[in-house]
Write a protein that binds this ligand. Structure first.
Ligand SMILES: NC(=O)C1=CN([C@@H]2O[C@H](COP(=O)(O)OP(=O)(O)OC[C@H]3O[C@@H](n4cnc5c(N)ncnc54)[C@H](O)[C@@H]3O)[C@@H](O)[C@H]2O)C=CC1
Ligand SMILES: O=C(O)C(=O)COP(=O)(O)O
Length: 528
């Protein structure tokens, strides 16, 4: 299969070369939304930085698109919901530019403290105004970090070395980690009045939009200096402008703007405001890191796998991946079996985790989505994957639940999936004996021991002499070889469940004959 990938923002050659080794790549930068909409249906993958707006209109025109890669951290230029609905994996390269953005913030803070850009411009004009550019020291000043994630934490380490006092606010902060870094954790109300420098390192989301505004600025120290190397929009630029003009804020260092480029922004015209054109990630090292990361993830996805840093699907922690992967495979096969066993409109799917499968934490969401993929893939037009599985279920009114099992039937781990339709309920339980040995151990009320895979006939029949023999006769007449057989029953002479593994597909005529056997209640052919 040959794939085509569009790179619509400048991407380091190292990434483009990796992609070219796998598929056709077009590099077309500076496209308008309409230009992108016109060509996007040719592509299986799209790689961007912050320059391309991946809007709903673009996504809806992207008929073949399977992957959108963000060569960087922030994904606020990609509309995630439409991508998720369409099953398009969106991934970023979150750590590749952390140090670049952190060092840029440090450089901006030092430049702001010592008026370096203004002084440079003055000298270049032939001036020699030493008293005009009196600065302040960083030493002993309070640095308030808002958003204590990757960049915020790296910055704290470096600010400690400059002998600044670091305080931080983050609603999801790891207090132990902050204390290890010598950082005092505060509320925003505590941080604003004590900080000499305030720097924001949050994503731009509804909670952080205009987090710095006229009301919050009013609570800050007079003479505070503010830095934004995260996202335009976290600071209300008009309010910051007024506060600088009023002398409340001594100055600001901005790398990012509410509108980029900031053509209509008055804030950039102020002498006290130093500016760079969104350069936080622009180092040779960071660009190589992020380009290679998204290129590799793009290839993985186009090969049918998953990406390492998916932002629109549940992630499994890297140290849990090997452990959870066999359960995910098992759940998908169980789902595929179940959909072939049930009849009617599906109303609910419950996935029960027992024994060692009960402590997956958020990893269970990954397993659940693969179970849903197994169930929904054969019945839906659009391909179902880890990204859109839950959406595809809820859109069809299917209630999905996860429960912890009270018992695991004596197995060290057990997953039980129950599918309820408007006419019946079917339950299948499975166990991971070893990463290579997956087993279906129970169908309905009957214990079995079946390796999920290949072609099977599953019957419910009266446990009496001669019934099983007739199965063998019919399959033999249709030249279908029986590879294995297990029968489960609760009491002799009552109902039994049989799983017959066969070596080839079973035609409908053979199934019609099987259904006519005296004593057969139900019989289904399934390919798993
Ligand atoms: N200027 C540039 O070129 C670059 C900008 N960035 C931007 O920097 C920002 C931070 O990036 P990372 O540190 O890599 O992300 P991260 O995800 O590691 O950290 C973000 C932190 O913000 C915190 N947060 C979320 N909501 C918050 C709220 N309401 N108040 C305070 N904190 C909140 C999160 O808990 C998290 O710890 C992002 O917006 C990213 O897009 C990143 C790289 C380069
Ligand atoms: O990674 C981020 O969030 C950035 O803002 C970097 O943006 P860029 O890739 O340089 O357009």
């Amino acid at each position: 299969m040959s794939y085509k990938v569009l790179v619509s923002d400048p991407l380091a050659d190292e990434g483009v070369d990796i992609l070219r080794g796998f598929c056709e790549v077009d590099v077309k930068t500076g496209l308008s939304e309409d230009e992108l909409v016109k060509i996007i249906n040719e592509y299986d993958g799209l790689l961007v930085r912050s320059g391309t707006q991946v809007t709903e209109k673009v996504i809806n025109a992207a008929e073949k698109l399977k992957f959108i890669g963000r060569a960087g951290a922030g994904v606020d230029n990609i509309e995630l919901e439409p991508a998720t609905k369409r099953g398009i994996i969106v991934a970023n390269a979150p750590a590749g530019n952390t140090l670049a953005a952190c060092e840029h913030t440090l450089a901006m803070m030092a430049s702001l403290a010592r008026n370096i850009p203004q002084a440079t411009a003055s000298v270049k004009k032939g001036e020699w105004k030493r008293s005009k550019f009196m600065g302040v020291e960083l030493n002993d000043k309070v640095l308030g970090i808002v958003g204590f994630g990757r960049i915020g934490q790296e910055l704290a380490k470096r600010a400690n070395a400059l002998e600044m006092k670091v305080v931080a606010y983050d609603p999801y902060i790891n207090k132990e980690r902050a204390n290890e870094l010598g950082v005092e954790v505060m509320t925003l109300e505590q941080l604003f009045p004590v900080a000499d420098f305030i720097t924001v390192h949050t994503p731009l989301i509804k909670e952080t939009k205009h987090l710095i505004n006229k009301d919050t600025i009013a609570t800050m120290k007079t003479g505070v200096r503010i830095i934004n190397c995260a996202r335009g929009g976290i600071i209300n630029e008009d309010d910051l402008y007024d506060a600088i003009v009023a002398g409340k804020v001594a100055g600001a260092a901005l790398d990012v703007y509410e509108e980029e480029p900031p053509e209509n922004s008055k804030i950039v015209t102020l002498e006290q405001v130093i500016t760079t054109p969104h350069l936080g990630a622009s180092t040779v090292e960071a660009q190589q890191n992020v380009a290679v990361s998204v290129a590799k993830q793009c290839i993985e996805v186009l090969k049918g796998g998953s990406a390492k840093f998916v932002v629109n699907a549940p992630m499994v922690a890297p140290d849990q991946q090997d452990r959870i992967e066999p359960y995910a495979r098992l759940a998908q096969k169980m789902g595929k079996l179940l959909i072939q066993l049930v009849e009617g409109r599906i109303e609910s799917v419950d996935i029960e985790y027992g024994g060692k499968a009960a402590d997956f934490g958020s990893g269970s969401k990954y397993v659940t989505r693969l179970a849903l993929k197994g169930i929904l893939d054969p019945i839906l037009q659009t391909p179902v994957n880890i990204v859109n599985a839950e959406f595809a279920a809820t859109e069809r009114g299917i209630k999905v639940s996860e429960t912890l099992a009270k018992e695991s039937l004596g197995f060290t781990n057990l997953i039980t999936i129950t599918v309820k339709t408007d006419s019946m309920t079917e339950t299948v339980s499975g166990n991971v004996s070893s990463p290579e040995k997956l087993r279906i151990v129970k169908i309905g009320d009957y214990m079995t021991d079946m390796t999920p895979g290949g072609d099977v006939i599953i019957s419910r029949h009266h446990d009496k002499p001669g019934v099983i023999g007739k199965f063998a006769t019919i399959t033999g007449q249709h030249n279908i070889n029986i590879a294995g057989m297990q029968v489960g029953r609760n009491n002799p002479g009552e109902e039994a469940v049989m799983v017959l593994n066969v070596d080839s597909a079973v035609p409908s005529e053979a199934m019609d004959e099987i259904l006519k056997i005296d004593g057969v209640f139900t019989a289904k052919y399934a390919h798993i």
